[in-house]
Ligand binder design. Structure first.
Ligand code: HMG
Length: 438
């Protein structure tokens, strides 16, 4: 039976659970047992998690794995990754090890500008509006100084505010388009607070501006909000080596591997069906580190895919070339990340992940995350263009299949040995386990 409820948010956690299990589950006791099984035994820690969001009824676990051997600009990192998909951490680790022996990853932060907008409607003459904006621009910044004071002391703050005429898209629509430097903070709260102050000042000043008619004075603020699209908060990560140094074993010649690899990247550059999967592989690495470090993966995802479409067609985020016998593979990607604020100081595993990464600044974290994406992409393309993806992926997925069959530890051990020399498929595992149990 489904039902609606009023006042759910005001119920205690245990009353919320009672209502949920009694309303939606055939076996209420069983459902309650599963929910409680994931509570932390440390009440304080549980309360911390309860208070991250609203209407919390339990915790949803994801594994936290680590990928060692990442040599980035000469410094070694072990990268934390929170992800549910098998083979991602193994692939990252394998790519890290491969490039550690070939000079490692080189990275560079290109820019760190964040964007926010006040969207408003104005019925009147644009030139008068522009004159009004020019008159009060410094006041917009000055009246936000109580918000920007501390950020400014650290070297950040408001970079600029522009008036943008959007009336070609919507009649009467304009923006205050502002840019910010938020240093180690992702900056959402800071930017939104500044924008709401700009909107207040803008509206108040319009009422007193003598150049406006009565109708023009009535500026309608639609909303004030940061943009998660940050094409000027860019980082580049790259690996390169002589073609012959790509040699790993006799299964494929380095030249052949390099050419096939570049073809695979070129296909993702021109073919959106392939580009989406190619970029999904990159996001396997990026999201996992973003999540482990307490950053907002929805914002990162939305931004990255808009960036991948910036030239009018969805395309590859990574690129590769051979020049003068040197193979180069790189990614340039917008990443607005924080290492202070948000969950970074609250979630114990986020704090631990940041310590594991040597307490990076936001700029350093941008570089680490970009590397994780590039490494992931390298591992996937290497498999795709040589053995095929299933061999390695299914090898890592074996434990999940064995768990689906409720395999005992002894069965797991026997079958792991068996599949060291046999191809893993769902049916092959089913057959092997049936044989073993007979
Ligand atoms: P392998 O050569 O069979 O592994 O590769 P290995 O057993 O010889 O070990 C070599 C190294 O791999 C290890 O070194 C580890 O670094 C790592 P060591 O630690 O021994 O010094 N490694 C592991 N790390 C942790 N736990 C493990 C483990 N096993 C190996 N259990 C591997 C096996 C899966 C790594 C390889 O086949 C691979 O990289 N495959 C690609 C897998 C992949 O891309 N997975 C992502 C999911 S598929 C997807 O969603 C994206 C995709 O569609 C994107 C696209 O289309 O572009 C593919």
């Amino acid at each position: 039976m489904c039902a609606s409820i009023s006042g759910f948010s005001k119920l205690s956690k245990s009353k919320k659970i009672d209502w949920i299990v009694e309303t939606y589950f055939s076996n209420a006791e069983d459902a309650k047992r599963i929910l409680k099984q994931y509570w932390n035994t440390n009440d304080k820690l549980q309360q911390l998690h309860d208070e991250f969001i609203e209407n919390t009824i339990t915790n949803y676990y994801l594994p936290l794995g680590v990928a060692p051997n990442f040599l980035i600009n000469g410094k070694l990192y072990t990268i934390p990754m929170a992800i549910e998909e098998s083979s991602v951490v193994a692939a990252a680790s394998k790519a890290a090890k491969f490039w550690m022996d070939r000079g490692g990853f080189k990275t560079e932060v290109i820019s760190t500008t964040k964007i926010g907008q006040v969207h408003f409607m104005f019925q009147g003459d644009f030139e008068t509006l522009q004159r009004f904006f020019n008159d009060i621009k410094s006041k917009l910044i000055q009246e936000a100084s109580h918000i920007t004071k501390n950020m400014q002391k650290r070297g950040g703050g408001i970079l600029d505010i522009e008036l943008r005429n959007k009336t070609q898209d919507i009649q009467g629509y304009y923006q205050l388009h502002a840019s910010f430097e938020t240093l180690d903070a992702m900056g959402a709260n800071f930017i939104n607070s500044c924008l709401e102050q700009f909107a207040k000042t803008f509206k108040n000043e319009a009422l007193n501006f003598e150049g406006f008619s009565a109708e023009e004075k009535n500026i309608q603020i639609v909303m004030s909000i940061l943009s998660n699209y940050v094409p000027d908060c860019l980082v580049r990560a790259e690996v390169s080596c002589k073609i012959e140094d790509l040699y790993e074993d006799d299964s494929i010649l380095p030249e052949e591997f390099a050419l096939k690899f570049i073809q695979a990247v070129k296909i993702a550059e021109v073919e959106p069906y392939r580009a989406v999967t190619h970029n999904k592989g990159i996001m396997n690495g990026i999201d996992a580190v973003v999540l482990a470090t307490g950053n907002d993966f929805r914002a990162i995802e939305a931004c990255v895919h808009a960036y991948a479409s910036r030239n009018g067609t969805y395309s590859s985020l990574s690129h590769a070339k051979i020049e003068d016998g040197i193979f180069t593979f790189w990614i340039e990607i917008p990443l607005a990340l924080g290492t202070v604020g948000g969950l970074t100081g609250l979630h114990p595993l986020v704090k631990l992940s940041l310590e594991l990464l040597h307490h990076p600044s936001a700029k350093e974290l941008m570089q680490i995350v970009a590397v994780a994406g590039l490494a992931q992409n390298f591992a996937a393309l290497k498999s795709l263009t040589t053995t095929g993806i299933q061999q390695g992926h299914m090898k890592m997925h074996l434990m999940n299949i064995l768990n689906q069959f409720n395999a005992t530890d002894a069965e797991k051990s026997t079958l792991t040995n068996h599949f060291k020399t046999n191809t893993v498929t769902h049916s092959a595992v089913a057959e092997a386990i049936e044989k073993l149990r007979m």
